[in-house]
Write a protein that binds this ligand. Structure first.
Ligand code: SF4
Ligand code: SF4
Length: 66
């Protein structure tokens, strides 16, 4: 499982940047982006997003390669 930002829904409020304990969310073209390699999957950013743009995604790939 990974945590991703749906860029179509992100409104660039930067609320998720504030709550991430690892500070691994950054802004790119006014949309939030999560550094997958260092994300703890603590899910704190998910309820922090006012437009529910942050989601968990199940993946079949080998997660160690992300
Ligand atoms: S799941 Fe946790 S570590 Fe990962 S981006 Fe969200 S708040 Fe940061
Ligand atoms: S909290 Fe949601 S809308 Fe705000 S920057 Fe993060 S992903 Fe985008």
């Amino acid at each position: 499982m990974i945590i991703v930002v749906d860029k179509a829904e992100c409104v660039g409020c930067e609320e998720c940047l504030r709550v991430c304990p690892r500070k691994i969310i950054f802004m790119k073209n006014e949309k939030a982006e999560i550094v997958q390699r260092t994300c703890d999957k603590c899910e704190r950013c998910i309820p922090a997003c006012p437009v529910k743009a942050i989601k968990t995604v199940s993946i079949l790939l080998n997660e160690s390669k992300i």
